[in-house]
Design a protein around this ligand. Structure first.
Ligand SMILES: C[S@@+](CC[C@H](N)C(=O)[O-])C[C@H]1O[C@@H](n2cnc3c(N)ncnc32)[C@H](O)[C@@H]1O
Length: 374
């Protein structure tokens, strides 16, 4: 049984997933922007049934609850997160809100829902695909399924920051002390991330300190391949889908939404590598190769974190290949990756950096899908 996240969070009695909601209007605006990008009209949620997996401490759930779904059920396995989500949603006790403490794998209900939401909780599972499939069973025919994704390209900037920790720090003390040790190095990097709405310590606990060497990412092509028979891609955040077909032409058994989504994806996935730029479309082959290099970088990080020292050398060769692959289109990104490599090779965490701190990938993406009327 997978205990990804839940084991680490409950063992340390943490739920490192808070969001800055001091300005609630701004928080709700961010959430509304996400809904728009996914093709969801906020007003259409009223009266509908919604099932959310992994709400964390319920910061994002506040927005969903404010849209007044007819029934809103949430599932999380971390006792602290469940308690905090219940507290946060208490103001909505007049509507039908229910927070279940359960592992995703063990959650069962006879009901099916108009919208099923799994945000920030499938990538970094030890086996994300069976969970993606299990959760999909709760989506009603014609209903929506929203999942977040991450892959080796979008996560490379964070993979290299994890490797910075691996290279220069030996974990000592509890997880909070480890976070304090890393903070002076990473906080200046996070200052470059526009729109960051999480506390630095939460990000450190969740993305850098949490053991991930036995975990997997979950890419957009993997989600599509897994759900292809039963779901059509509908929207995404960031928006990368284009489909110039005349709607009158989109008929028949297989209306090709998923093929179109994959084509759009592989001709634009360079954008996942660096959030600072909007890159022009590239060839499908270029995108496939990039995807492959990204996946390998995650695998190498996992091997290094399992103690395989020889994987460092393979990683440096891979990064060189990746830089050569993207250099022409993304010279600044390539420069940042090369600087990160020099840092990891230099043996000194205090090396002066001019490019790496500014570089962040488009870490997490979202896909909305519609269950077909099978
Ligand atoms: C990183 S947090 C995401 C929180 C929130 N959705 C967000 O995006 O900010 C992942 C949440 O999913 C829960 N979770 C992950 N895997 C789980 C599993 N297999 N069963 C139950 N809960 C799980 C964790 O306890 C945690 O609250």
């Amino acid at each position: 049984m997978s205990k990804s996240f839940v084991e680490f969070y409950s063992k340390n009695d943490i739920s490192p997933v808070s969001q800055d909601i001091v300005d609630l209007n701004k928080h709700f605006q961010r959430r509304e922007s996400l809904f728009r990008s996914l093709g969801l009209l906020p007003s259409f949620i009223a009266g509908k049934s919604v099932l959310e997996f992994g709400p964390g401490s319920g910061h994002n759930a506040l927005y969903m609850a404010s849209l007044k779904p007819g029934r809103y059920e949430l599932v999380d396995g971390n006792p602290k997160g469940v308690q905090e989500t219940r507290g946060r949603l208490a103001a909505y006790s007049d509507s039908q809100v229910e927070v279940h403490q359960s592992l995703f794998e063990e959650f069962q209900t006879d009901a099916q829902f108009d919208l099923v939401w799994a945000e920030g909780c499938l990538p970094h599972q030890s086996e994300p695909l069976p969970l993606l499939d299990h959760i999909s069973l709760f989506v009603a025919r014609g209903g929506g399924y929203v999942v977040s994704t991450a892959n080796g390209i979008s996560y490379l900037s964070e993979t290299l920051r994890r490797l910075f920790r691996d290279r220069f720090f030996t974990p000592s003390g509890d997880v909070h002390q480890q976070a304090q040790q890393l903070k002076p190095y990473m906080a200046p990097h996070l200052q470059h991330l526009r729109g960051m709405s999480r506390p630095v310590e939460d990000w450190l606990l969740d993305s850098i300190i949490q053991p991930l060497q036995y975990r997997k990412l979950l890419s957009i092509p993997e989600v599509i391949a897994c759900l292809d028979n039963r779901f059509d891609v509908y929207g995404s955040s960031p928006r990368f889908l284009t489909d110039w077909r005349w709607y009158k032409d989109i008929v028949g058994e297989n209306r090709g939404f998923n093929d179109r989504a994959l084509e759009s994806y592989y001709t634009s996935n360079l954008n996942l590598l660096d959030y600072r730029f909007d890159f022009s479309p590239h060839s499908h082959e270029f995108g496939k190769k990039l995807e492959e290099l990204g996946s390998q970088s995650w695998d190498m990080m996992c091997r290094i974190e399992k103690g395989e020292e020889s994987a460092w050398q393979e990683l440096f060769l891979l990064l060189q290949e990746l830089c050569a692959h993207v250099e022409k289109f993304a010279p600044e990104t390539s420069e940042a990756i090369r600087e990160a490599m020099t840092l990891l090779q230099s043996g000194h965490p205090d090396m002066e950096l001019n490019h790496f701190p500014q570089w962040w990938g488009r870490g997490q993406q979202y896909l909305s899908l519609i269950r077909k009327n099978d």
